[in-house]
Design a protein around this ligand. Structure first.
Ligand code: GUN
Length: 297
């Protein structure tokens, strides 16, 4: 049985972060510009704390400024909006990320809309989502942008390929479908109400799984030779009692026997998200100084 080529997102992300570090050094030397990223965490969600710490560390490693704002779980929406307003007006802050999920009682959509679209390095603001939907340059959500970079690296030109995106979230599925459409793929956006999902998947040259359901996509859902991008990061019980392990939305062993190329979990899409966050922060900083017209890659 053939084994798929493993798409090494960890190595690709390391290369991208090194290139970003070089670009940051050049911006500092030639323009006196130090890109700055503000990350806001409300509450004590353990997973979010890890993500925020990793984002701060990666920002500093790239030579950028990192501003961390930790607010207690009981913070009200008005206080958070006032902080965002301050960050919007701070010239040292080029990117703003409010870690999701937010505690209940705070409306995430109101918070996202309060961020200056030019500093919206998550690409979640309706202005950036609208630009992407119209095929116009803007800030693009980090995870789908990372997936597109891996696909371009693995396959080169994507034009004419059939792509199926599984999951319609605003963070991954929808922007992923838009990016693939922008790359001239024929795109299907499938979701929990899609009829005969395995059959839809089997038609795809590119399958992007972003549903958050552990190992939902089985080997016989995959077209032989297809490229599989697994966005899922699900913690499940391990064989050893009391231990857990990470799995994707795709049953890896089965899929790897059929696919042409596949991202592993961990070490596939995950590392690309932070690298793309740094990439977006550099773009936002350059644009703030008239050094960049927003682009896709
Ligand atoms: N929580 C999980 N993923 C993300 C992300 O990409 N951005 C933000 N802001 N919060 C998240």
């Amino acid at each position: 049985m053939t084994e798929a080529r493993i798409i090494d997102g960890k190595a690709f992300a390391a290369g991208l972060r090194a290139r970003i570090g070089g670009e940051v050094a050049e911006l500092r030397e030639r323009h006196g510009l130090v890109p700055g990223l503000a990350v806001v965490l409300v509450g004590e969600d353990p997973a979010s704390q890890v993500y925020v710490r990793n984002k701060g560390r990666a920002t500093l490693e790239a030579g950028m400024r990192s501003f961390e704002h930790r607010l207690e779980a009981g913070t009200d929406q008005a206080t958070l909006l006032a902080l965002i307003d301050r960050l919007n007006r701070d010239p040292e802050v080029h990117g703003i990320l409010v870690q999701l999920p937010l505690p209940s009682g705070i409306d995430p959509s109101a918070v996202i809309r309060a961020i200056d679209p030019a500093k919206d390095v998550d690409g979640f603001h309706p202005v950036n989502a609208g630009l992407l939907a119209q095929g116009l340059p803007g800030l693009v959500p980090c995870t789908p942008l990372g997936c597109l970079m891996l696909l371009r690296d693995a396959l080169g030109d994507l034009a004419g390929l059939r792509a199926l995106v599984l999951g319609r979230s605003t963070i991954v599925g929808r922007p992923m479908a838009q990016l693939l459409l922008g790359a001239d793929c024929t795109v299907t956006l499938a979701h929990s109400r899609t009829r005969d999902l395995p059959e839809e998947c089997r038609r795809a040259d590119i399958l992007v799984a972003a549903v958050g359901r552990p190992e939902m996509v089985r080997g016989d859902w995959i077209r032989p030779g297809a490229t599989v991008i697994d966005v899922g990061i699900n913690r499940v019980p391990a064989a050893e009692p009391g231990k857990t392990r990470l799995v994707g939305d795709v049953r890896f062993d089965e899929a790897a026997a059929v696919a042409g190329a596949i991202t592993p979990v961990p070490g596939g899409v995950g590392p690309m998200t932070i690298a793309c966050l740094l990439h977006n922060t550099v773009l936002a900083a350059r644009a703030s100084h008239g050094l960049h017209r927003f682009g896709r890659d």
